[in-house]
Structure formats: structure tokens, C-alpha cells
Write a protein that binds this ligand. Sequence first.
Ligand SMILES: Nc1nc2c(ncn2[C@@H]2O[C@H](COP(=O)(O)OP(=O)(O)OP(=O)(O)O)[C@@H](O)[C@H]2O)c(=O)[nH]1
Ligand SMILES: [Mg+2]
Ligand SMILES: [Zn+2]
Length: 292
Amino acid sequence: MLEGILIRGIGSFYTAVTADGEEYLLRCKKKFRHLGQTPMVGDRVRFTPGTGEEEGWVEELLPRRSFFVRPPVANVETLLIVLCPTPEPDFLLADRLLVECRRQGIRSLLVSAKTDLGEDLPERLRREYARAEAPVYPVSTVTGEGLQALREAMGQDLCCLAGQSGVGKSTLLGALTGLNLETGEISRRIARGKNTTRRAELLLAGGLRVFDTAGFSLLALSGVTEPEKLREDYPEFLPYEGTCRFQPCLHDREPGCAVTRAVAEGELNPERIARYRQLLAEVRETWKGRYD
Ligand SMILES: Nc1nc2c(ncn2[C@@H]2O[C@H](COP(=O)(O)OP(=O)(O)OP(=O)(O)O)[C@@H](O)[C@H]2O)c(=O)[nH]1
Ligand SMILES: [Mg+2]
Ligand SMILES: [Zn+2]
């Protein structure tokens, strides 16, 4: 039996690649469906290779270290959260993705794309996320700025790009890997709509290991969370934990809250904290309705 990573799945066929770079076409045994397991791109599997014309079989799914549902990808180690000047950056989406990464132990990088359209965004991201353990990488596929630095930061991790439609994920992926991928521009020309990237695939190219996925649609935080837990996903709160007047303090509107004071004194970024409170309200609603 061999071990590999699933890099592609089309219908009931999967492609696995082994450590030495060999690709194998595989099918999935029915037992997985009975077990309620669906192999995802990025899954580490044990398999029996095929013989000549015959495809091989996925025998076992190894435990996942992390996974996303939409897009369905497993074992992401580094998430590149892409924002750009146009379309208008969705900071709340970035915050949600950061929370998700913290929960799953995924490293996160903020990619400030399309710097050729304006230089303000990297600075704003650095300001808002200074204490969020998310370094900012300014890049432009037009000028080539920052591509090499980003490649180095990605290293050999299984990486995934996330962000709104149109922020330039596919274009960036093409520039990073040297592959010619479908982008919004091409799809408009052939009039097939703007959302071009449809199924997930793991690309091994340009010395990188990176998923090509359809637009990330993380509209709500996954799973039901206790409101008390959300603050644990904000590294900037750590120095203040235990110092608020009331315990536990959710750093919302409680009197004597050390986080509120830190914002007033310019230690914490007001926008980032305001969005935390917005997410907290959402988490509270979901928590209240958890038995519905
Ligand atoms: N000015 C500028 N435009 C860019 C840059 N990178 C990408 N674009 C343009 O942004 C548009 C969207 O790019 P895509 O790569 O298709 O965006 P995407 O994030 O993959 O979008 P979805 O697949 O819909 O999620 C295209 O028209 C690109 O040409 C850049 O660095 N600078
Ligand atoms: Mg795309
Ligand atoms: Zn507090």
C-alpha cells in the first residue's frame, strides 16, 4: 500500500500524488460512503495503485489536521487571506477567516493585492491587524511587487488562497506558480460568467503546494460557538485577560473593560474591535438559537 495526497477529484475518480511526485488515478471504495466520509482534495490517503489500465483504490483516509467546507479542502497549513482596493475590501470576512484559522491551528497571512491600484491598503491592514498575528504581504501581479517575498513565506506549506470574488486570487496563483489559470478576465471574454474557479485542486508548481479553489464563501463562522469563546481567537486580547472589572468579561460593553480602555488609549485598533463586537453579537444569536 502507498501513501499520498489527493490533488484532484472529478466525479468518482481521484488523483493522488506520492512524496516522490508520482500521480495515481484512484477510485474510492463504497465503504467510505457508509462511514459518512467523503474524501477531499488535500486529504492524505493510503491506497493500492492500479495495474496498467485499471485505476487503483483509496483504502484509508488519514486524520485531517484542518478542513474547510466551502471550498472543500483538507489539511490547509497556511491560509492567504486576499484583500485589494477594488472590489472594496471586506474586513469582516478577513476577521472571520482569521478566527477560523485560529480555531484550526492554521497559519494566516494577509495579502494586500493589486498594490498598483493604490498603496494605502497595506498600511491600513498593518494598522488594523498589528496585534492579530497576521503579517501583511503587499503584492501586485501587474508590477510583480512582493511575489517573491510571498513565495518565500508560503514555503512548502499546503497553502490556500481565500477572499471575495474578484480580489485576484486566480491571477495571483498563476503569477506565483507560473501556471496559466482561468481568471475573471478570460471568463468574461468567453462569456461564461465571472466565477471561473469551480472545483478545488491542489497545484504542485513553481516549488509551491497551493490549492486552486472557487471563491471562499465563509458567510458565517462554522459550528456553534459559546459567546465566551470568541475572545480566545483574538490574540490582541491576551495581555488584557483577567484585568477587566467583571469576570468573565466578553469585552463588549461591560463597564470597566480593559479592552475598551485600551481602544480609548490607542493601544488597540477601534475598527478591528468594533468588528469583534459585531461578530460577538452574531455568535450570541446563533448560541441562543442552538436548540431550534
Ligand atoms: N490592477 C490589477 N488587477 C488585477 C491584479 N490581479 C488581478 N487583477 C484583476 O482582477 C480581476 C479578478 O481577478 P481573478 O484572479 O479572476 O479574481 P479571483 O479572486 O480569482 O475571483 P473568483 O475566481 O471569482 O473568486 C481580473 O480582471 C484581474 O485581471 C493586480 O495585481 N492588479
Ligand atoms: Mg478565481
Ligand atoms: Zn473586558
